[in-house]
Design a protein around this ligand. Structure first.
Ligand SMILES: *Cc1c(COP(=O)(O)O)cnc(C)c1O
Length: 378
């Protein structure tokens, strides 16, 4: 099956008792057993729920993975994954990554004795230098957030394999429609389904897909034991969202391209960062590993001043000033004070995240209206 068909049908079948075409919301906490420990595959809803199973099968299909485990949020999925590691283990992560990931690694897991090194993964020699005998995991985020750097997944997973190191790709920014990390050698792929998969900014969720049985067994153990699971209604909403993933992302990417070109030729704009622009430093890598270039665009104003950037962000009306991304509606965001406020200023500056940076999550409105909205803000 090809992608668009999979987005609608993968792992989905009519419900058995009624023939309902869409998966019902199984709002139950427990399941009747025929005899002690004899059941229909479900015993208690922390462990499993048929609506959640339908979602897990759909995401696994999209990532071409054997299995997927869903969580209450992207952060809950990350938390479950890192709990596979032990004090003394070393993990290498991108230095430009989701603010909440950085916060979890440094504030929750470092105090428990897991070591992290954050490096610019666009330069693979930096990853090689950071590798120690204790390195167990390379945590890749690409395109990165919010600087939209593109990491060569295949090169990095090739290196990791030669050292026996596990690799995980946070694929939230690209979505499986644009990028398939498992095909590029990654062991696991993670999503905040809150973003493109859900796609309508109305539900929080997370997922990890893998074809590695050992990893999946540990994740299922985490699901059962620590219980950060999504409710059936949330699973239903995410399922409903995914069925239009390809149509939404395709349209959002078209809009993002038009906006990136508009911004690049605007006299009041400083730098425009969009992997689809020839001026982007990893444009060729993006072309190689992504089907298209995504719908996130970051830029600075020519005067490079924080106050005028903030004024700009408060002057749009179609673009809503809000955190998050990947929904049908366009959003504008100030990473330094909003999504990446939990990263200390010195660390932000070191990776090149300026306080004047503006990040756009481009939605599926008419591009003329979006550009007009930006124009009046200038
Ligand atoms: C939002 C996000 C997360 C965290 O997901 P939540 O669903 O908000 O917990 C992780 N990684 C990336 C890249 C994100 O954008």
């Amino acid at each position: 099956m090809k992608f668009n068909t999979k987005a609608i049908h993968s792992g989905q079948h009519p419900e058995e008792t009624s023939g309902a075409v869409m998966p019902p919301i199984f709002q139950t906490s427990t399941y009747v057993q025929e005899a002690p420990n004899v059941n229909k595959g479900y015993d208690y809803a922390r462990v499993g729920n048929p609506t959640r199973t339908a979602l897990e099968k759909l995401i696994a299909g999209l990532e071409d993975a054997d299995e997927c485990a869903c969580f209450a949020s992207g952060c809950a999925a990350m938390d479950a994954f890192i709990k596979m590691y032990r004090p003394g283990d070393h993990i290498i992560a991108s230095d430009d990554l989701y603010g909440g990931t950085y916060r979890m690694f440094t504030k929750v897991f470092e105090p428990f004795g897991i070591d992290f090194t954050f490096v610019d993964m666009t330069d693979i020699s930096k990853v090689e230098e950071a590798t120690t005998d204790q390195t167990k995991l390379i945590w890749i985020e690409t395109p990165t957030n919010p600087l939209l750097r593109v990491v060569d997944i295949e090169a990095l997973t090739g290196y990791a394999k030669s050292k026996g190191i596990t690799t995980l790709v946070d694929n939230t920014f690209a979505s499986p429609y644009l990028q398939m990390p498992l095909h590029l050698g990654a062991d696991a792929v993670l999503h905040s389904t809150t973003k493109y998969l859900g796609g309508h900014s109305d539900v929080i969720g997370g997922a990890i897909a893998t074809s590695n049985d050992e990893i999946m067994e540990q994740l299922r153990f985490q699901v059962k034991t620590t219980g950060a699971v999504p409710g059936p209604m949330d699973c239903y909403l995410t399922l409903r969202g995914i069925k239009t993933l390809h149509v939404r992302v395709q349209r959002a990417v078209e809009n993002a391209k038009a906006i990136a070109e508009y911004l690049e030729s605007h006299p009041q704009v400083g730098e425009v960062i969009y992997p689809g622009l020839k001026s982007h430093r990893q444009h060729e890598v993006a072309k190689k590993q992504m089907k298209d270039f995504g719908a996130m665009v970051s830029f600075t104003l020519k005067d490079d001043n924080v106050e005028s950037a903030k004024e700009f962000m408060s002057s749009t009306s179609v673009f809503a000033l809000a955190e998050s991304l990947g929904g049908v509606e366009s959003l504008i965001n100030h990473p330094a004070s909003m999504t990446h406020g939990s990263i200390p200023k010195e660390v932000r500056e070191k990776v090149g995240l300026k306080d004047s940076l503006i990040r756009l999550s481009v939605g599926i409105e008419d591009s003329e209206d979006l550009i007009e909205d930006l124009e009046q803000a200038f």
